[in-house]
Every structure is written in C-alpha cells, then in structure tokens.
Design a protein. Structure first.
Length: 239
C-alpha cells in the first residue's frame, strides 16, 4: 500500500519549485521509465501494478491517484535530477537552442525530434519550460534519457562559439535554397513571439520555411515543434 507521504511527495513534484528543492522528478510508463533506468538515471522509488524490478507493488486505483496521466501506464517512478556542472559545454556538432519555448508538450516533442535526428544537445533559455515537468518528460517518450539538456544564457553560449547560428524567421531566406552545414546551432523561438530580439541579433543565418499556400487565407505560422522537425529533417537530408 502506498503511504500518504509518498502520495504527497509525488503530487508535489508537479510544481517546479518542489522539483528544484527535492531534486526529484516523475516519469511514467514502461517505455519512459525503462529508458531512464537504462541510461543510468538514479531512481528514488518505483511504483508498479505489475512485477517490475525494485518496485513497490500498488493497485491500479493507487496508480490512478498518483499518476499525472489521464490513462496511467503500469509504472510510475521518481528519479533524482542529475547534477549539473558550472561549466558550459559547447557543441561539437549540430545542436538545438530553445529561446523561450514555454509549452511543455512542445519542449518534450522537440527533445524527441532531436533524438530522432541524432542531435544530442539541446540548449534552453531560462524561460523555456522545465524539462523535468511531468508533461515534458511524458512528451519526450523516453528521449529525455538520450539527449543532453542544458539550461543557460543563450547570449553567453553564442559569445563562446564560432559555429553558424541558424534561426527560422519570417524575413529569412528559403531553407531549401540555402547552404546548410553539418555543425552549428539551430534556434527555435517562443510559440507566440518567435525568437527574442536580443537572440535574433546573434543569428548568422536566417532561414525561412516557405508557405506554399496560394490563396489569401492561410495559417500565420507553424507550430514550433513541427517547424523544428522540418528544419532538422532538411539539415540531415544534406548530409
């Protein structure tokens, strides 16, 4: 039987301030939990409705009480947040940078996209959604275990790199007609405002995903996760 204190701890980790103070986060489902364990993330506790290594057996009703999902998936685990270093690792190949992407679903999906296209580092501005938010963790579908997520001042990052800095902008040049390198940083901006002005000034290559609609009425923009997938696919197609 799960205790009231355990329930209280799990539910408290929905809030960033509690994740930060406890240095813990929640992951759910066999795929996500399994990938994190395989990647070496240290579990604090594991709760499961079926046999699972080192888990506490609970009922389906108890799982529903602690789950953040509409449809709980067999296992929920609390993991320790990995320690970070003070130094800022610089990219050695193609990387992504998220400038104020605030929707947890978008951030998680972008991490999953990065994993799919072999991009192992994603830099995040401080105002980007917390990667350990349960909604972000779930949206990554396990890719959080494979991609290095670094929160930093993006301007500080750009001051230290010599590689190209790409950004998708409405005044950019058609991505399908531009030369794209195998290294560099691809910047993706906020859902409503795009890339911030200060970061925009550091972009060395301005790209545009063209709109092929010929009528007067069309979508104003692409979802940031979809735009990320299109951009990463074009970079990898050129390899």
């Amino acid at each position: 039987m799960i205790s009231k204190n355990q329930i209280k701890l799990i539910r408290s980790l929905e809030m960033k301030k509690n994740r930060k103070s406890e240095q813990l986060f929640v992951a759910e489902g066999p795929k996500v939990v399994g990938d994190l364990l395989q990647a070496g993330f240290l579990p604090h506790s594991i709760f499961s409705t079926s046999p699972w290594p080192d888990s506490q057996q609970i009922t389906e009703e108890e799982l529903r009480r602690i789950s953040f999902l509409q449809h709980p998936q067999e296992v929920l685990a609390i993991f320790h947040i990995p320690e970070t270093t003070d130094s800022l690792p610089l990219p050695t190949s193609l990387a992504l940078a998220l400038d104020g992407v605030q929707d947890p679903g978008n951030v998680g999906t972008i991490i999953r996209i990065a994993d799919w296209f072999g991009i192992d580092t994603v830099y995040c501005s401080p105002d980007t959604a917390d990667v350990y938010n349960p909604k972000v963790v779930q949206a990554t579908m396990g890719s959080i275990a494979h991609v290095h997520i670094i929160y930093c001042d993006l301007l500080d990052l750009f001051r230290q790199v010599s590689c190209p800095v790409y950004g998708t902008l409405l005044d950019g040049k058609n991505i399908y007609e531009q030369e794209l390198t195998s290294d560099g940083i691809i910047v993706m901006g906020n859902e409503g405002n795009g890339i911030s002005q200060t970061v925009r000034e550091k972009i060395t290559h301005r790209l545009l995903i063209p709109n092929y609609h010929t009528g007067d009425h069309t979508a104003e923009s692409l979802n940031v996760a979809i735009a990320t997938a299109i951009t990463c696919a074009e970079f990898r197609r050129r390899r």
